[in-house]
Design a protein around this ligand. Structure first.
Ligand SMILES: Cc1cc2nc3c(=O)[nH]c(=O)nc-3n(C[C@H](O)[C@H](O)[C@H](O)COP(=O)(O)O)c2cc1C
Length: 488
């Protein structure tokens, strides 16, 4: 036996930010006077008004990207869909959910040759559904270099750039905020993938890009904000495999540096995942271990595409309270099929390479399905029981005693073998796995809502308790939990 490798920075971060009953009960409470704004202020900025936003008819029509389709895409990706007045503040709820409603993700878009919008790089200001002009001109040579000449960028006339402003979330969640910033950005891009389709567009998520180049283009202060995920918007979707986000790049592994001080983990871990050039990674290194037992193929009737997708995004809200009552098995199958589309389904792919996420379903109230914890195999759209018995009480305890977790009909849990993933792909896999978990989380949310049910992300959980519930090794990282059920 060789000497075990020293833990990577991602593993050390995971350990340092695990919730335990003591760490949660010891939280000092929130100081609302120091809460950062969820919006950037743009002084003396020139803007481009966008059509296709709040108050407009939702009438998508497949065609070439123009100002209206771009406006519609941005609005249904991350626009303001509800404003609520609270004493002393207005709360702007967005098309995508956000842990704690803190909205750390920001959205930029690079545009060329789009009728009604000048060429340039813009920040999307959701408050008035406008584009703030950052730079005018055609930045495709820079974008092509930053995305290592990904073929989708050469064909795109718009590229979305998602960033994370760490302090907005760290104000409440401390160093653990990075996980939620990534999950939030995944949700935002999950919307973009879904919202592009009714207008005849396709969004190709690009998780591998030269970080310094993108930060430089946007003039980001890297101590406070990092680029997280890019997405090429393509006209006329087709099945060209070269356009898929299948390529994964390796990044370095940091086993040597000293741990950062508390409060300083986020920019360090983000930088540890940065890449400058594309170094192809073997995508077959992480094979799923075999799950023993009989598997059951789930129903998979697809959901309608088109206008209904946009209407559902507009009225989407996270479920706050689930009522007792079971979901039919058919609903579980359809929700999962929508979240993990397989070849031939009407929905575009959801996964980001390399495929490291494992999926468990904790079933507590589904007609026709025994309660218990199941492994889900997206390729076969089948589940295998790994632990019989109701997980209700365990979910309640594992998810910080949140009633939402106790009362849901089923929960979808994403995890990955963190040490193996980092050894195979480098520190950036921490980012990619969480972005993907958020992206799938948004598809789960939307499918549940469209079928008349409810869903909520759950980012607050005791990591080790969940490992024990799922019977997975303690070094596996739990990325995310999505609770689905009957809304009260
Ligand atoms: C990554 C993530 C984690 C979340 N975690 C929780 C959670 O632990 N408990 C909870 O009640 N809601 C959770 N939510 C839901 C948010 O509270 C909700 O999205 C936010 O309040 C905005 O409301 P809306 O989704 O209805 O627009 C989470 C959402 C996301 C995206």
């Amino acid at each position: 036996m060789g000497i075990p490798a020293a833990p990577s920075l991602s593993e050390r971060y995971q350990e340092a930010t695990n919730y335990t009953p003591a760490s949660v009960q010891g939280h000092p409470g929130l100081d609302f006077s120091s809460q950062p704004s969820p919006f950037k202020d743009w002084f003396q900025a020139r803007r481009v008004e966008l059509p296709g936003g709040p108050g407009t008819e939702t009438s998508p029509s497949p065609g070439a990207l123009d100002a209206e389709r771009l406006g519609r895409l941005l609005y249904h990706t991350y626009g303001v869909t509800l404003v609520r007045e609270f004493p002393g503040m207005s709360m702007h709820y967005r098309a995508a959910p956000s842990a704690g409603g803190l909205y750390p993700a920001d959205l930029y878009v690079a545009v060329r040759d789009v009728e009604g919008v000048p060429d340039g790089i813009f920040a999307y200001d959701a408050r008035d559904h406008s584009l703030v002009i950052c730079w005018e001109g055609d930045f495709w040579p820079d974008l092509a270099a930053c995305t290592f000449a990904h073929p989708s960028v050469a064909r795109a006339r718009a590229v979305l750039i998602g960033t994370g402003v760490y302090e907005r979330s760290a104000w409440r969640y401390g160093d653990r905020a990075y996980r939620r910033v990534l999950l939030d950005a995944g949700h935002v891009f999950g919307n973009a993938v879904l919202a592009a389709v009714p207008d005849g567009q396709r969004l190709v998520p690009l998780p591998y890009f030269a970080d310094a180049g993108v930060s430089g283009l946007l003039l980001l202060d890297e101590a406070r904000e990092g680029p997280l995920l890019l997405g090429a918007v393509l006209d006329a979707p087709d099945d060209d495999a070269g356009m898929r986000p299948t390529r994964a790049s390796r990044s370095p592994v940091d086993r040597d540096s000293a741990d950062p001080d508390e409060g300083h983990w986020i920019p360090r871990l983000h930088q540890a995942g940065n890449i400058q050039r594309f170094t192809p990674a073997e995508t077959s290194l992480l094979r799923d271990e075999e799950v023993r037992g009989e598997s059951m193929v789930l129903p998979a009737d697809p959901l309608a595409t088109g206008q209904a997708v946009l209407e559902a995004i507009r009225r989407r809200r996270s479920t706050r309270v689930f009522s007792a009552g079971d979901l039919p098995l058919e609903a579980v199958g359809r929700i999962l099929a929508h979240a993990y589309p397989r070849p031939g389904s009407p929905d575009p792919e959801a996964g980001l390479a390399p495929p490291v996420l494992q999926t468990h379903i904790a079933v507590a109230g589904v007609k026709g399905l025994a309660s218990g914890v199941y492994r889900y195999d997206p390729a076969a759209h089948a589940i295998t029981l790994v632990r019989p018995g109701s997980p209700r009480d365990a979910l309640h305890r594992c998810c910080l005693w949140q009633e939402l977790a106790r009362d849901c009909a089923f929960a979808v849990l994403h995890s990955f073998d963190l040490p193996a993933a980092v050894a195979a792909y480098g520190e950036r896999i921490y980012r990619t796995a969480h972005l993907e978990a958020g992206l799938i989380g948004q598809r789960l949310n939307m499918a549940a809502l469209r079928l008349g049910y409810g869903a909520s992300g759950v980012g607050g959980f005791f990591d080790d308790f969940l490992n024990a519930l799922l019977l997975i090794p303690p070094q596996h990282a739990i990325a995310y939990v999505t609770a689905v059920g009957l809304p009260e």
